[in-house]
Design a binder for this molecule. Structure first.
Ligand code: CP3
Length: 347
């Protein structure tokens, strides 16, 4: 079957009429439409009601003219059926009530059946596929390491000290936890694909805290399981990390048909590190969206020049959109990316 649409074509390294663009965290508090819904419902209430999750997913598609929709959900939703408890405290990020600190804690994690326990996510995907005609829908999950870090730390972290302490001092507990998470996350991602997700992204947002040897020993086998199971279905799989330039070859070896780059590495240098047989997503610094438009344009063009028209570039930020980002800047980037491709073909 012919692959159509810029996003899916680029993800498969096929030529496109213009570089596709979407943004991590394209739905969120920087958008007035999102804030209006958040005044009435909590984050978890939005996720749990397919109609609301679908509506929030569509907000940036309508407002920005992006080339892909990303399901509105959170990488920590599987923590709820695992039984560790999940809350989002205002301004403080996620809090897990029963963090995992020992092998006994890992053994107490509940079995998860995504079809029932996370059925609301799958419901949102089905609603969105009925609604979206030309825009492909991206599903996602957290990678085992990044999800494990929240379960062990009990929330966000800078040093990942409890996570690394379990890794280095209690390898039995660590491997049991990673085993459990890779199986739950694989099932969850496959369920999203069956429900209609046309591509998936695996977020290993905090993997950059590890060196390559520890990544290979403690993480790569588990990421590989999730990524390769998704890849075997034939949908594009985006493997994303931040601060991970030194891990790129090992991340690529774990899997992914598209590798996500953050802004710390020039796009062409990052692409060279993973080789030509994968597509690349990225990689504007999210902070640049606060700069004047001419400066933004300069940086957007620099990234597009790095890609140099090679098939397989999906434009994105190097990480999620930050709070208080001006919506006009986000929209301007979409137009700059699309227009650049047209200008380039005309010269
Ligand atoms: O990209 C999208 O538009 C889809 C929605 C999405 C959310 N979370 C909604 C959300 C996605 C893809 C995520 C992924 C996610 N969640 C990640 C990986 C991506 C990344 O940024 O690295 C992580 C680490 C999380 C965990 C998480 N969720 C944290 C640390 C926080 C608090 C930080 C914050 O911005 O407040 C959240 C909350 C969260 N998830 C919000 C949104 C829109 C904040 C908005 C709110 O409270 O309404």
């Amino acid at each position: 079957m012919e692959i159509t649409g810029r996003f899916l074509r680029a993800a498969n390294r096929l030529p496109v009429d213009a570089t596709p663009v979407w943004f991590m965290r394209q739905a969120g508090r920087y958008m007035p439409e999102y804030r209006a819904i958040r005044e009435k419902y909590s984050l978890l209430e939005i996720c749990a009601q397919p109609e609301l999750a679908a509506e929030v997913t569509l907000q940036p598609v309508r407002a920005l003219d992006v080339d892909a929709a990303i399901l509105f959900a959170d990488i920590l939703l599987p923590a709820i059926p695992l039984g560790v408890g999940l809350e989002f405290a205002r301004g403080e990020g996620p809090i897990l009530q029963h963090p995992i600190r020992s092998l006994a804690d890992v053994k107490n994690l509940h079995p998860v059946d995504p079809e029932t326990d996370l059925g609301y996510v799958l419901g949102a995907i089905r609603l969105l596929r009925a609604e979206l005609t030309d825009t492909p829908l991206i599903g996602f999950c957290g990678a085992p390491f990044t999800v494990a870090s929240y379960l062990i730390e009990g929330g966000s972290s800078r040093e990942f000290l409890k996570t690394k302490t379990m890794m280095y001092s209690d390898p039995l507990a660590w491997h049991a936890l990673m085993e459990k998470l890779s199986s739950v996350l694989t099932d969850y991602l496959l369920a999203q694909i069956r429900a209609g997700a046309q591509a998936v992204q695996v977020f290993d947002s905090w993997i950059g805290t590890l060196n390559a040897a520890d990544y290979v020993e403690f993480v790569q086998p588990y990421s590989r399981r999730v990524l390769q199971a998704a890849q075997a279905t034939g949908v594009p799989v985006i493997h994303f990390g931040t601060g991970a330039t030194t891990l790129l070859p090992e991340m690529k070896a774990a899997g992914g048909t598209v590798l996500g780059l953050d802004w710390r590495v020039p796009l062409d240098a990052g692409w060279d590190l993973v080789g030509p047989e994968v597509a690349i997503q990225g990689n504007l610094d999210p902070a640049l969206l606060f700069a004047p438009l001419p400066e933004i344009r300069k940086r957007v063009h620099a990234i597009l020049r790095c890609a140099d028209g090679r098939p397989g570039h999906i434009f994105n930020l190097g990480h999620g959109i930050l709070q208080n980002t001006p919506v006009e800047a986000v929209k301007a980037v979409v137009d700059m990316v699309h227009e650049y491709s047209v200008e380039r073909t005309n010269v």
